[in-house]
Design a protein around this ligand. Structure first.
Ligand SMILES: *Cc1c(COP(=O)(O)O)cnc(C)c1O
Length: 502
């Protein structure tokens, strides 16, 4: 029994039973649960109160030492000791995405209604695979898929929540592949495996598309060789003339184009491939069009910038990452199809879960739509609580603020002769480097050292990428709390760091 539990003033909600069972959540342990959540909440409050910069700068070896010195065979005495340990090992050194000086990767700050939902999700612990494990959860998820579909402009759609954008992209390529094989070759890959032609299947992506496409082609048995990278224009968006030429070239080589993946919001530049022209090319060549809107989906919320996604409604399938651009805690993501019948390709019947003879209008089963998860978290409740309390309008304003800050940042970088900005952004990613005037030096090496030095000082965290083998710094602005004055300070820090390293 935990010692601090003896001093709790609140009486247990129900009759006490077997003390051995007091770490399990059930009707007799309401007081223990209450205490645990209160103390965990206090630890989060401490994180907000005490965290003054996005990273402490602790080195991996030091954290490893801390974590590995814990004796897992000796449980602690109570929640105070537990949370003190968690704080030392984790919270104190956690990367603080909520601070305006964190502008590295695609990590958004999270909205509070979603955190209230998290408390419920893990305690009630529904599983979304079948109605008998989720009840209302099934319909909340379906309603949110319908809501998202409507925002995209779909009218006969379906979809499912997934663990992330990589997984949603996998579903897109899976459907593209299997749909093509059935329609064009009369071949059912689900039953019969890959057809002989599969080694000649080709999927077109831009050279700035997310790496998950390559991994997914590998997982789907087509190999990375199936991915054809199309060159991008001056703003790093897919060049549609080059796309058309690439499709023609593959055809002339005897290969078999099956799909185009357009990116709505690239990870490195935040730019949106020309969706409408790509949809036209997909239609001409009868190719599946998948839109990876893992990042750009936030534009669905914005009145001001929604027009940038025009054409997305023509896609056969779409990846949405609520945990990238809807201010949701990880994980929260979805995969949607324009024509609901196509999603039935992934249905598999297990006698114990979703038997063939079941009437799914009567007892729905979301597992019929999921490929890589059976037991699945009720992440949808987070988005539900967010829409019901924060609401779409406010989320859209957050999105606009972040885009406007990024545009102002781009202007600052452009005006400053000591910075070299590669491209403006439709969203919030800026790729640039420090280029001191009149000094000849290896700019890639210098900028790499700036990035590393900043990381281990922890005052501000920026990301990096390579473009044509040159090293660049990268800002991902995804926090409405970040203002232009924060950015000015970060740029001044980068400069002074740069000069000190020369
Ligand atoms: C982040 C990202 C993904 C992968 O999403 P995860 O949720 O991290 O799996 C896919 N595509 C793009 C464009 C992304 O930025």
């Amino acid at each position: 029994m935990h010692t601090d539990q003896l001093t709790m003033a609140a009486p247990p909600l129900y009759n006490r039973s077997n003390p051995l069972l007091n770490d399990l959540l059930y009707e007799a342990t309401g007081a223990e649960y209450h205490q645990a959540v209160e103390k965990a909440r206090a630890a989060v409050m401490g994180f907000l109160r005490d965290t003054k910069q996005p990273f402490t700068g602790i080195k991996p070896a030091a954290i490893q030492e801390l974590v590995y010195s814990v004796d897992l065979s000796r449980p602690l005495a109570g929640y105070d000791a537990l949370l003190e340990e968690v704080n030392e090992l984790y919270i104190r050194h956690a990367t603080a995405f909520h601070l305006p000086e964190y502008i590295a990767h695609l990590n958004c700050p999270v909205v509070i209604p979603a955190l209230a939902a998290e408390v419920i999700i893990s305690a009630v612990n529904s599983s979304q695979d079948t109605y008998d494990q989720s009840a209302g959860g099934t319909f909340i998820e379906r309603r949110l898929i319908d809501w998202t579909a409507n925002e995209i402009g779909y009218t006969n759609a379906d979809g499912v929540f997934t663990g992330g954008g990589s997984q949603s992209n996998l579903m897109g390529l899976l459907l593209a592949r299997d749909h093509f094989a059935i329609k064009m070759l009369g071949h059912h890959i689900k039953e019969d495996g890959l057809p002989a032609q599969a080694s000649r299947f080709r999927i077109f992506v831009s050279d700035k598309a997310h790496f998950s496409n390559q991994k997914n082609a590998w997982l789907l048995g087509m190999g990375e060789q199936a991915i054809v990278k199309v060159k991008t224009d001056s703003r790093f968006r897919m060049d549609t003339a080059a796309l058309k030429a690439a499709v023609d070239e593959q055809l002339s080589q005897g290969n078999i184009p099956i799909a185009i993946v357009a990116t709505a919001g690239t990870t490195d530049f935040g730019n949106i491939d020309p969706l409408q022209p790509i949809a036209d090319i997909a239609a001409t060549y009868q190719l599946w069009m998948h839109v990876d809107a893992a990042y750009g989906c936030g534009l669905l919320l914005s009145n001001k910038y929604r027009h940038l996604l025009k054409g997305i409604e023509q896609a056969d399938s779409v990846t949405i990452d609520y945990h990238k651009s809807f201010f949701q805690p990880i994980s929260s993501s979805a995969f949607l199809v324009r024509d609901k019948s196509t999603l039935q390709l992934v249905r598999h019947h297990a006698d114990y879960l979703n038997p063939e003879d079941q009437d799914y209008d009567e007892l729905p089963a979301q597992i019929n739509k999921s490929i890589t998860q059976s037991t699945r978290r009720f992440d949808a409740l987070k988005l539900w609580c967010t829409l019901r309390l924060t609401g779409k309008h406010k989320l859209g304003v957050y999105t606009d603020m972040m885009i406007d800050t990024a545009a102002a940042t781009a202007a600052l970088l452009q005006q400053d002769p000591e910075f070299d900005l590669l491209s403006s952004s439709d969203l919030g990613v800026l790729v640039f480097r420090f280029r001191p005037a009149g000094i000849k030096t290896d700019l890639s090496a210098l900028n790499l050292r700036i990035k590393q030095a900043l990381f281990f000082e922890g005052v501000c965290i920026v990301a990096s990428t390579k473009v044509e083998n040159n090293f660049y710094l990268k800002f991902t602005i995804l926090n409405p709390v970040t203002t232009v004055s924060h950015i000015r300070e970060i740029l001044a820090t980068i400069k002074s760091k740069g000069y000190s390293l020369l």
